[in-house]
Design a protein around this ligand. Structure first.
Ligand SMILES: Nc1ncnc2c1ncn2[C@@H]1O[C@H](COP(=O)(O)OP(=O)(O)OP(=O)(O)O)[C@@H](O)[C@H]1O
Length: 567
């Protein structure tokens, strides 16, 4: 039940609707029992004494019970569904409030398809918590207790039989089947998550799978996970049928006991025959309400697992820092910085230390996998260092609110997302206030002046070339208008001449700004104030271009290899 704590409290926020659903559910159940009991009585009465007035009154009360039962059932459904959908609303907001602060790092731990399945599927499946788990046993229990109480006026053994039946269907069977379900490893929610994750990967990678002729292999794996999902659903249905059959058996045995006891009591003259049919019908009517309890064990387990899967996503404590990042072009100080990816034994960055003065232009170079992008992630505060510190303008990054840090930086990452819309709407993401003149200026700067602002952009920028996307991302960074630039291989798909002319214009326009640029390309680094060379997560050299070349160390060696390769 621990996993369901949050859902339980969010449901209780709607206590008025929950209470009304319970009350009307009880009235509907009671009216149903009264309807059947009264019909039993009416049949006996009609058979044994043909008194017209009594028959008319009984027939009228039958109509009344039927009408009351339908009305109360309607009210029960109305209040229980209203409470459920309001609770789902609370749950979604609560979940998103906890998820949003973790957003940049969340994909380190979860596949996107699985995350989507949790956000949509698991939240949706919790609608069954109130409707099928929480209040039905309360309502059924209340109706059965009322029936036991009523029957006890006629015969205690009969009341006892209904009581034992009630305990079996409301407590023992649901608890037994819920425990049995818990032991099964493939719950529907988990198999749905796995299926969703694989479907998303299949769709994202469809083109690559086709080109590499690996479609069959992946689609076999996808079909296998679809089969497991189907199997889990099938098992769930079978289990529900088993509980339903057992509930019907208990109801039958209890009612049969009532009939047998009643027949005996009538034969020995301890019960009027007039009441026999009524008592049997009352017992049948009371157990008629237990139908929805058949699905309770499955829904309980499903809700428990869904709540746990949601909690797993947001279990991490979000960054609570509230400090502000200093405005303007700040200096950057990195001191003994180390970082290890979650679940990875080796350090991706090890004891990195450097200082970049305010207004400096720095290139970070090094072979693929040397830790350049990781360092950028730490500077961006999308990951927390294992040890060491980062300071911007003398202030510790660890004390700054991540949103404030991102607000103060012009950032271009290796992969940038473009939304379906227009060039204009995609540029406005960086600066919603920018007017058409400023947008055009940004496009001119990145040598995309030929593009119309109203030109369409398709989903993920599919109608743009790789280089155009990178330059649009740079235009966004320019529009942001901050004084600190963090750029991760911003022009890896742009031809060298265009890239160099954009850099030259950018540096000329913003001589005071601090630039940190990750680059694979070792050419045209002469203009940079400083070059940091990373290898295997370590900072192995730093200095100006001239200093590094004169030192004839690692950077010099890389330059020589590059020259030989391109000679
Ligand atoms: N999400 C991750 N989880 C685990 N390890 C990772 C993750 N991302 C990167 N790494 C590892 O960390 C190391 C540094 O990666 P990083 O992306 O920082 O290198 P890089 O120098 O930017 O490479 P490139 O020039 O190819 O972009 C690599 O060995 C990489 O395998």
């Amino acid at each position: 039940m621990g996993e369901l704590k949050t859902v339980f409290w969010l449901t209780l926020k709607e206590k008025r609707d929950v209470a009304l659903a319970v009350v009307f559910g009880f009235l509907a159940g009671l009216a149903g029992v009264a309807l059947l009991g009264a019909s039993g009585y009416l049949i006996s009465k009609a058979a044994l004494t043909a008194q017209m007035t009594t028959l008319v009154v009984m027939a009228a009360s039958l109509k009344l019970f039927g009408f009351a039962s339908a009305l109360a059932r309607y009210a029960e459904r109305l209040f229980s569904h209203r409470a459920t959908f309001t609770m789902l609303g609370h749950l979604r907001s609560n979940f998103f409030e906890r998820l949003a602060p973790l957003a940049p790092g969340i994909f380190q731990r979860h596949q996107s398809g699985d995350l989507l399945s949790r956000i949509v599927g698991d939240v949706e499946s919790l609608q069954n918590f109130l409707l099928r788990v929480l209040y039905p046993p309360i309502v059924v229990g209340m109706v059965l207790v009322a029936t036991v109480f009523f029957t006890s006026f006629y015969s205690l053994p009969m009341a006892l039989a209904i009581f034992v039946g009630a305990i079996l269907v409301v407590v023992v069977l649901p608890a037994f089947f819920a425990l049995r379900r818990r032991k099964k490893t493939h719950a529907t929610g988990q198999t749905r998550g796995a299926f969703s994750a694989q479907s998303a990967e299949f769709l994202y990678g469809f083109k690559d799978l086709k080109i590499h002729l690996a479609l069959d292999q992946k689609s076999a794996a996808l079909q296998e996970s679809a089969r497991r999902y189907e199997e889990a659903q099938q098992n769930e249905g079978l289990e529900e049928n088993r509980v339903q059959s057992l509930n019907a058996l208990v109801a039958f045995l209890a009612s049969f006991f009532v009939l047998a006891t009643g027949a005996y009591l009538v034969s020995v003259g301890q019960l009027s025959g007039l009441y026999l049919a009524m008592l049997v019908m009352v017992s049948l009517g009371a157990f008629e309400n237990v139908g929805p309890l058949a699905a309770l064990p499955a829904y309980y387990e499903e809700s428990r697992i869904a709540a746990r899967r949601l909690d797993e996503v947001v279990a991490e404590e979000p960054d609570q820092s509230t400090g502000d990042m200093p405005e303007g072009a700040v200096d950057i100080e990195v001191d003994h910085l180390s970082y290890r990816y979650p679940n990875d034994g080796r350090l991706a960055l090890e004891e990195i230390s450097f200082r970049l003065p305010k207004g400096s232009k720095t290139a970070i170079v090094g072979p693929s996998g040397s830790g350049k992008s990781t360092l950028l992630q730490l500077l961006l505060k999308t990951a927390e260092p294992e040890s060491g510190s980062i300071r911007f303008g003398g202030e510790a990054l660890s004390h700054m609110a991540p949103e404030n840090v991102w607000q103060r930086m012009n950032v271009v990452l290796q992969e940038n997302h473009f939304f379906s819309g227009t060039i204009e709407s995609n540029l406005h993401i960086a600066n919603g206030q920018a007017d058409a003149g400023q947008l055009r200026e940004a496009l001119e700067l990145v040598r995309l002046g030929h593009l119309e602002l109203a030109a369409p952009v398709s989903e993920k920028g599919r109608n743009l070339s790789g280089g155009e996307k990178q330059r649009l991302a740079m235009a966004r960074a320019f529009l942001k208008g901050e004084r600190l630039w963090l750029l991760d291989e911003p022009f890896s798909s742009v031809d060298g001449v265009t890239a160099q002319s954009i850099y030259s214009e950018l540096f000329a326009r913003h001589p005071e700004d601090t630039f940190v640029i990750i680059s694979h390309d070792l050419s045209r680094l002469e203009d940079m104030d400083r070059i940091l060379v990373l290898e295997n997560g370590r900072l192995i050299e730093q200095g100006t271009y001239r200093e590094l070349m004169e030192r004839r160390g690692y950077f010099y060696g890389l330059k020589k290899i590059e020259e030989e390769v391109f000679a």
